[in-house]
Design a protein around this ligand. Structure first.
Ligand code: AMP
Ligand code: ZN
Length: 469
């Protein structure tokens, strides 16, 4: 069988993918902190790793895909205080919104979407284990720190050497943290402040540090050793480095075999980020462009190359997607005319040639998920179909070409057969029906209507003034 290659941040090399369990992939993707609508920078890892997952599935692997929601965090608490609500109100709201955005971008739901606040018990266990093994210690005020010097391989992912960092270590000290044994030590558990959510623990009433949740949830849902751990490149240090230290110190096993990181989505060559304020939410963008165009745009570059967001590139993405959709529409039209009929010998030969583009597609994807080249292979197939399909071809032949285009596009999460657009009054009628269904507590029907509209690219938002779409 053909070998898949993945660039591993840990070794800085493309390596052949060998799964822990044959035919299965266990992967964990760090998800968003839920205090706001996600921006299209956050959408990059979602789309990229969803495509990675889809490709594994296309190759016949069973994929167990876990992606968390960080639902306890300073920014969530701050927002909750501003709005005068419980922080779970904020996190639940933005988890729901995030799921809507993922759905509109045709990102499959994870096998499991764990939430930090639901996994505190597991975190307490792992922290205790780290203390017992000498890898962590509690300070006087109840803060628990990971003892970085106790984990000899610290720095192996980010290729940093603690001794090289030594000079800058003063800057790592934040006020009030002089109780650390070493400036590199990081927080596993911290005491609550007034008005903050907290949990009981052997050390103090408090809450977890950020990194521990992923070590715990990955172990719980995927096991001590996993195939792939992924996220944006800003997570390499310290987040993923700290996850490795926690997991490997606690479990005594390799945490993840392959570490994958996507490059940034930039705007004017600067990282798009909430804190810098230079962002567009997914919601803003899908109001302006078909979400499928957003997806196409993201996959038009290799995931390890920085990508600059611009209207020009979005236009190019729109044209690219249209080219594929037009070809699919033409084939559908020919199919309707063609009636029944077997492929002729001549057509079978052509189909063999067409299958070569699927091979090319796979070769590109096998090479560290080169979606740019994979899409180029789809374009070649589209061109082939445009030149080699006509009114005198058999239905079987046309159908085979159409299926091949659809299948390759689907690996990229691209839907090439556009559903007909709905008239405004039909949308309004469905919304009214949904409202009536909800009133009658027929939530199944209400959800069905929401999904039906979503499939047509219509997102419903329940606001105080009524339903917006
Ligand atoms: P956050 O909510 O900031 O923890 O981000 C969630 C995910 O989005 C992480 O995997 C980040 O690395 C990723 N991410 C955030 N901003 C960007 C960006 N501008 N480009 C690509 N990925 C990003
Ligand atoms: Zn994580």
């Amino acid at each position: 069988p053909v070998k898949m290659k993945i660039y591993n941040t840990l070794t800085k090399r493309k390596e052949e993918f060998v799964p822990i369990t044959p035919g299965e992939v266990k992967m964990y993707v760090c998800g968003p902190t839920v205090y706001n609508l996600i921006h299209i920078g956050n959408a990059r890892p979602m789309i990229v790793f969803d495509t990675v997952r889809r490709y594994f599935e296309h190759k016949g692997y069973k994929v167990n895909y876990v992606s968390n929601f960080t639902d306890v965090d300073d920014k969530i608490i701050k927002k909750a205080i501003e709005e005068g609500v419980d922080s779970t109100v904020i996190s639940e709201r933005y988890i729901a919104e995030c799921k809507k955005d993922m759905e509109s971008l045709n990102v499959k739901p994870a096998t499991t979407h764990p939430q930090a606040t639901q996994e505190i018990c597991g975190m307490l266990d792992m922290i205790q284990e780290l203390i017992d093994k000498g890898h962590a210690y509690a300070a006087e005020d109840g803060t628990v720190y990971f003892r970085v010097r106790s984990f000899k391989e610290y720095g192996k992912l980010s290729h940093k050497n603690l001794d090289d960092l030594e000079g800058g270590k003063r800057s790592l000290l934040v006020s009030g943290e002089d109780q650390k044994e070493d400036p590199f030590d990081f927080v596993l558990w911290k005491p609550k402040k007034d008005g903050e959510p907290y949990w009981e623990s052997p050390w103090c009433k408090g809450r977890p540090g950020w990194h521990i949740e992923c070590s715990v949830m990955s172990k719980k849902y995927l096991g001590e050793e996993i195939d792939i751990h992924a996220g944006g490149e800003d997570l390499v240090f310290p987040h993923h480095e700290n996850e490795i230290a926690q997991s490997e110190a606690a479990n005594g096993k390799t945490f993840a075999r392959y570490w994958m990181h996507n490059a940034f989505l930039n705007i004017d060559n600067k990282k798009m980020s909430k804190s810098a304020g230079n962002f567009f939410t997914v919601r803003d963008i899908v109001a302006k462009y078909d979400p499928q165009v957003v997806r196409f745009f993201m996959l038009s570059a290799h995931y390890r190359s920085p990508l600059n967001f611009s209207d020009e590139l979005m236009e190019a993405a729109k044209n690219g997607l249209d080219r594929i959709r037009t070809a699919a529409a033409n084939l559908n039209f020919l199919l309707e005319k063609a009636g029944a009929g077997e492929a002729t010998e001549e057509e079978k030969k052509l189909l063999k040639e067409a299958a070569g583009y699927a091979v090319k597609f796979d070769e590109a994807m096998d090479d560290d998920f080169n979606t740019a080249d994979a899409i180029a292979a789809i374009f070649e197939l589209v061109k082939f179909a445009n030149t080699n399909a006509g009114a005198d071809n058999s239905a079987a032949y046309i159908k085979a070409l159409l299926e091949e285009i659809k299948e390759l596009a689907d690996v990229c999460g691209l839907i090439v057969e556009k559903k007909e657009e709905m008239l405004d009054e039909d949308v309004e009628a469905l919304i009214a029906e949904r409202q009536a269904a909800r009133k009658a507590k027929n939530f199944a029907r209400a959800d069905e209507i929401r999904d039906e509209l979503l499939e047509r690219g219509i997102i419903l938002e329940d606001t105080r003034e009524g339903v917006k779409w």
